[in-house]
Design a protein around this ligand. Structure first.
Ligand code: 0O2
Length: 227
C-alpha cells in the first residue's frame, strides 16, 4: 500500500492537466507494469535457486551464498528517465530502462559466477541482451561484478510478455566492497582532494579483496583436489 501511495504521488506530478479517470488509468497501468517486472524478477530468482540445488549435488557445496531482489521505485524510475531527458511513459520505461527489476546473486567463488551465468543464459527461454564483465575489466574505482541484462517471458492469462531483468553476480568480497563504497559516496558532496584520497584507498581495498577471492579459490581447489 505504501508503494502504491508513492506511485500515486509521483504520478500526480506528471498528471497535471489530466482528468481523474485518466490519472486512475495511469496508476493502474504503472501498477500492472511493475507487477510484470516483479514476476520476471521472481522467475529469475527461482531459476538461480534451482541451479543452486542442482549444482550443490554435483559439487557437494552451494555455489550461491545469497540472492537479493529489488524493484526500482517509481520515483527512481522517473528520476533516471528525466536525467536522461527521456519521456516518462510506460513505453519509455520498457524501452529505455534495463534495471527496473534487479537480481543480485552472491557467490562463493569467482568461477561459480561464470558457471551460474553460463547455466542461466543457455536456458532456452532466456534471451541475453547484454553482458558487462567488470571482473575481467574492473571499473576505474575497483568495482567488480558480472552484469547481465536478460529477457524472460512471463505467461499471463492471454499473452506471453518478455520482460528485462538486470542480474548482478559477485562474490562475498565484491559485495562487501560495493556496499561499503556505495555507503561512503552515496549522497555526499566530497571535495576533489578527498575524492582523490578515497579513490586511492578504495582501489587498494578492491585489489586486496580480489586477492582474497583468488586465494580462497586456490584453497578450495587444493581441498577439492584432495577429497
Ligand atoms: P542501484 O541502486 O544499485 O540500482 P544503467 O544506468 O544501469 O543503465 P550503467 O551505468 O552502464 O547503466 O550500468 P552498470 O555499469 O551496468 O551499473 C549499474 C549498477 O551496477 C548500479 O546501479 C550499481 O548497482 C552497480 N554499480 C555499478 N558501478 C558501481 C560502482 O562503482 N560502485 C557500486 N557500489 N556499485 C556499482 P545503480 O542504478 O547505480 O544503483
Amino acid at each position: 500500500m505504501e508503494n502504491e501511495k508513492t506511485i500515486k504521488e509521483q504520478l500526480d506530478e506528471i498528471a497535471f492537466n489530466r482528468t481523474e479517470d485518466e490519472i486512475r488509468e495511469m496508476i493502474s497501468s504503472v501498477n500492472h507494469l511493475m507487477t510484470y517486472y516483479r514476476c520476471a524478477m521472481l522467475e529469475i530468482e527461482t531459476k538461480f535457486k534451482v541451479l543452486n540445488e542442482q549444482l550443490s549435488l554435483r559439487h557437494e557445496r552451494n555455489p550461491i551464498e545469497n540472492i537479493k531482489t529489488r524493484l526500482k521505485s517509481f520515483g527512481s524510475i522517473k528520476d533516471k528517465l528525466e536525467r536522461r531527458e527521456l519521456p516518462v511513459s510506460l513505453e519509455s520505461i520498457e524501452e529505455n530502462l534495463n534495471d527496473v527489476a534487479g537480481v543480485r546473486v552472491i557467490c562463493s567463488f569467482i568461477d561459480d559466477i561464470y558457471m551460474l551465468a553460463e547455466c542461466l543464459v543457455q536456458q532456452d527461454d532466456i534471451k541475453l541482451i547484454e553482458m558487462k564483465d567488470y571482473i575481467k575489466n574492473p571499473k576505474e574505482n575497483g568495482y567488480r561484478s558480472l552484469h547481465l541484462i536478460v529477457e524472460i517471458p512471463i505467461f499471463l492469462c492471454d499473452e506471453k510478455k518478455y520482460m528485462k531483468v538486470e542480474v548482478q553476480l559477485r562474490t562475498i568480497a565484491m559485495e562487501v566492497w560495493a556496499n561499503l563504497e556505495h555507503r561512503l559516496r552515496y549522497k555526499k558532496e566530497l571535495s576533489d582532494d578527498l575524492l582523490i584520497k578515497t579513490a586511492y584507498e578504495l582501489n587498494e581495498c578492491a585489489d586486496l579483496s580480489h586477492r582474497l577471492d583468488l586465494k580462497m579459490q586456490k584453497a578450495r581447489d587444493i581441498i577439492e583436489g584432495e577429497t
